[in-house]
Design a binder for this molecule. Sequence first.
Ligand SMILES: Cc1cc2nc3c(=O)[nH]c(=O)nc-3n(C[C@H](O)[C@H](O)[C@H](O)COP(=O)(O)O)c2cc1C
Length: 212
Amino acid sequence: MLDLDADALLTTTRAVRKRLDFDRPVPREVIEECLAIALQAPNGGNMNNWRWIVVDDPSVIAKISEIYNGGLDDYISTMADSGGYPGSVVPGADRIDGSVGHLRENFHRLPAVLVPVFAGRMEEANLFYQASSWGSIIQSVWSFMLALRARGLGSAWTTGHLWREKALAELLEIPDYYTQVGLFPIAYTLGTDFKPAYRKDPSEVIGWNGFA
Ligand SMILES: Cc1cc2nc3c(=O)[nH]c(=O)nc-3n(C[C@H](O)[C@H](O)[C@H](O)COP(=O)(O)O)c2cc1C
C-alpha cells in the first residue's frame, strides 16, 4: 500500500492514461480486493442492483478497444455539427488530448478492464429514478479508483464507448435491462507520484444559502 493519507489519496487520484503500465499483469486478487472495498459505498435501499464485469481476456479486450475507439470516433463526428469540443477552453486541454489519444492507441494492451452495470434503464425515468440509480453506483466506482490508487494502480473514468453501448452489451452478454456506467482501464501506474489537478477555485462554485 502507498503511504498516502486520506486527503492525499482523494486529491491525487487522477485519470491515468499515459502512465498506465500496459506490460505488467494485474493479479485477479488485487482487482477483487479493490472491488470488495468499492462495494462498501452507499447505494439506495442497499439493494446492490449492480454487476461488476471484469475483463482480463486479451482477445476480448481487443474487441472492447475497437468499440471504445469507434465510440470516440462517433462522438468526435457529432462535434463538427455542434461547434467543436466544449472542453477545449479548459486549462491543460492540449495535454488531455494527448493523453486521451495515448489511451485510445493502447487500449487493446490493457491488462484488465472494468464495466460496472446497474439494473434499470434511464431513458424514460424521472429525475428521482435517475438520481437514485446513478447515485447508487457512482460512489462505488470512485471508491474502486481510490482503492486502485492506494495499491499503486490507476484507471480513468471513460464513457466514450457508450456511443456504441449495444456493441459492448452484445459482446459481454449484458441483458437489455442493464445500464453501463462506463469503461474503466485497470493497470499498474508508471511511478506513483501524482498531483492535484486544475479545478475552478472553490470560491467560484460554492453558494452559501442559495445558488448565487
Ligand atoms: C463522466 C466522465 C467521462 C469521461 N470520459 C472519458 C473518456 O471517454 N475518455 C477519456 O480518456 N477520459 C474520459 N474522462 C476523464 C476526464 O477527461 C478526466 O477526468 C479529466 O480530464 C480530469 O482529469 P483528472 O481526473 O485527472 O483530474 C471522463 C471523465 C468523466 C468524469
